[in-house]
Design a protein around this ligand. Structure first.
Ligand SMILES: NC(=O)c1ccc[n+]([C@@H]2O[C@H](COP(=O)([O-])OP(=O)(O)OC[C@H]3O[C@@H](n4cnc5c(N)ncnc54)[C@H](O)[C@@H]3O)[C@@H](O)[C@H]2O)c1
Length: 418
């Protein structure tokens, strides 16, 4: 384990705010105990980034609906961070409610990295129990979930809890610098944004004997709208969040979308679409043209072009091209954005400052949900309609062992807005 002296030296180099350390830890110890909910790909990365961000953070508990995933994560952590992994068998939790036991196990910081559908409930419980939180995107999969998160974010603010977002581009220093220049007027007024997340197929787990419908869907969560929100909410949300950031988190007036399921048509792909082409109209006649696709064998592209009255910018390339002026491109430092989000979270906890991105995260998530609603129904959907939607996608009485029919693939022009 690092000595207190090493800790102070190391953190002073990165954080510079360590004098406050002993006071800020509620338990009176120097250690911050971190619990991870959702030990999959992202969660396993996030817990390492948390350890990297603060030499006196240690892993205290793990939860995953499938406990073998928590066990696998535990084994990896022990191998890599033996002196920072302080987990006993009774602090590894399985099942759908395991997150509550984790949050009640004495942790100071919780990383919420599960499948998106469960985020609103998990976030609420973590805030009620006064934990600092790192929370992956998206925040919810439907409007009731977004409204719930907005309320939870307000509760977190009142309790001075940190709520740091997995909308990782907001922690990318080159993007911060590029968007700051746009906000300073480097390309004049923003007129339009063209944003893409065009990629191929992702993983799929073959059904195993003994798996219930619920287990099968949970293991292939990306392909069920109730679990992921569809890929416009789960993946393309990064692009929409960048657009929202450029537009100072303004809300759109409405969206219209041409979307469908062209090649991922077999049952194993659940009920999500494979492409959306969505136009968001913002106040002032500003448009966001947004394209996402998960179809292999096509042109891939992840980019954001911002078109202004006096030039243009590219967010992924960190460049600004003013009309008639010299091109600017970012040349400063570029730390890994996933490390940066944890660094800023732990610095805030240590220094007694608070970061609360809950509202911003919820509204960015809502952009994806609005686009999905417009795509599924084929209608122009307004922001107000979407925000007030009563469509609750969570199945009633969810049971890991039970059968679970899922709604048919939406059909534009026939699927009703709810
Ligand atoms: N910010 C980013 O760049 C980024 C990158 C990848 C994933 N993500 C997000 O992270 C989240 C997880 O994605 P992933 O790629 O790690 O998926 P994953 O399937 O690898 O991991 C999700 C884990 O959550 C567990 N889980 C599901 N429901 C649970 C519940 N109710 N309680 C406890 N555990 C539960 C699953 O068993 C699984 O181990 C998603 O929201 C995804 O959008 C963000």
């Amino acid at each position: 384990m690092p000595s207190r002296r090493t800790f102070l030296k190391a953190t002073a180099a990165t954080a510079g705010t360590l004098a406050a350390l002993p006071q800020v830890h509620a338990g009176g110890s120097d250690w911050l105990k971190v619990g991870l909910v959702g030990c999959g790909g992202r969660g396993s990365g996030a817990i390492e980034q948390a350890l990297g961000a603060d030499p006196y953070a240690k892993v205290w508990a793990l939860a995953d609906v499938f406990p073998e995933r928590a066990d696998a994560c535990h084994a990896k952590l022990k191998a890599k961070f033996a002196d920072r992994t302080d987990i006993t068998a009774d602090r590894i939790f399985g099942g759908l409610d395991g997150y509550k036991s984790l949050i009640d196990s004495g942790v100071d910081v919780v990383l919420l990295c599960t499948t998106p559908a469960f985020r609103p409930a998990q976030l609420r419980y973590a805030v009620q129990k006064k934990k600092h939180i790192f929370c992956e995107k998206p925040m919810a999969v439907d409007a009731p979930g977004v409204r719930h998160v907005l309320e939870t974010a307000r509760m977190a603010k009142e309790a001075n809890l940190n709520l740091v977002s997995g909308f990782c581009y907001r922690y990318d220093l080159p993007k911060r610098a590029t968007i700051a220049k746009i906000h300073e007027g480097a390309i004049g007024d923003v007129l339009a944004i063209h944003t893409t997340y065009l990629t191929g197929y992702l993983w799929n787990f073959e059904r195993q004997p003994g798996w219930s419908d619920t287990e099968y869907q949970l293991r292939n969560w990306m392909y069920y709208t109730w679990l992921s929100g569809d890929h416009i909410v789960e993946q393309h949300i990064h692009s929409l969040d960048k657009a929202a950031w450029v537009l100072k988190d303004a809300h759109p007036l409405n969206a219209i979308s041409v979307a469908g399921r062209q090649t991922r048509v077999e049952e194993k792909w659940g009920n999500i679409y494979d492409h959306f082409a969505t136009v968001y109209e913002f106040p002032g006649n500003v448009k966001v043209f947004s394209f996402c696709r998960q179809i292999s064998g096509c042109a891939n592209d992840v980019n954001d072009h911002v078109i202004g009255s006096k030039g243009s910018a590219q967010l992924q390339k960190h460049t600004i091209e003013p009309t008639g002026g010299p091109k600017w491109s970012y040349s400063g430092e570029s730390p890994n954005m996933y490390d940066q989000e944890h660094l800023e979270l732990f610095q805030a906890i240590r220094s007694g400052k608070t970061i609360n991105q809950g509202e911003q995260m919820a509204y960015s998530t809502m952009l994806g949900i609005l686009g999905r609603m417009a795509g599924y129904t084929g209608k122009k959907i307004t922001w107000d309609q979407a925000m007030n939607s009563q469509e609750d996608l969570m199945p009633k009485n969810l049971d890991l062992k039970a059968s679970l029919p899922f709604p048919p693939v939406a059909k534009p022009g026939r699927t009703k807005f709810e």
